[in-house]
Design a protein. Structure first.
Length: 206
């Protein structure tokens, strides 16, 4: 069991496992949907949920490892990059499904969305840049300071985007309330870690 876990749930094999699971989920949704439009809508909803789970795991991984020493937190820290890249895969599938829905049912898409503009490309480009710089070589080419600025900005951009998307539906919905709470907890873990780490440094320097 431990060898199986090591082979498929660590490092880049974890990304492969996540990609296979996401692809299978997408294929099942499209196969059982009553129409192409309904299939696109199912994939949009499903990948929004897998994306937020993978994102929050990567977003809180290092902070959780500092606050809570356990096999789970150590695994999350070791695989933070791969959880983040898996989020990117999930969200790229999400964007493809949104584009397919816009093409298949333009009237329905426009009825539920703000008028599309170039600003809609910002999160896609930001995510693509974050994924492209998730490799050692490309990260080194970008430089540590620029890499850190890019991924910090992207992380909080998507955190706010998820909070707005799910939090806007939380009122009166136990499901969306639970996801919104999950998003807020991920942020709370980061803030708590920052405060605790800063406090420890002050005591050490006192």
């Amino acid at each position: 069991m431990s060898r199986f876990f090591k082979d498929y749930f660590q490092g880049w094999p974890l990304v492969g496992t996540a990609t296979a699971a996401l692809t299978t989920m997408t294929a099942i949704a499209l196969y059982f949907a009553s129409s192409d439009v309904e299939g696109a809508r199912l994939v949009i909803r499903a990948t929004a949920r897998t994306s937020v789970l993978l994102f929050c795991a990567a977003f809180a991984a290092s902070s959780l490892a500092r606050l809570w020493k356990s096999p789970v937190s150590r695994w999350m820290l070791r695989n933070r990059r791969y959880l983040g890249f898996s989020f990117g895969v999930s969200h790229m599938i999400h964007y493809v499904a949104v584009a397919a829905y816009a093409i298949l049912d333009r009237a329905g898409f426009l009825a539920g969305e703000d008028p599309p503009g170039l600003e809609k490309l910002v999160p896609i480009l930001l995510l693509a840049l974050m994924m492209a710089t998730s490799f050692d070589r490309t990260a080194a080419m970008l430089g540590r300071r620029a890499w850190k600025a890019l991924h910090w900005t992207g992380s909080y951009f998507f955190w706010v985007a998820f909070l707005a998307a799910f939090g806007g539906r939380a009122w009166g919905s136990a499901f969306y309330s639970a996801i919104t709470a999950f998003i807020l907890v991920a942020y709370l873990i980061r803030i708590t870690s920052f405060v605790v780490t800063r406090s420890r440094r002050r005591r050490a320097n006192a």
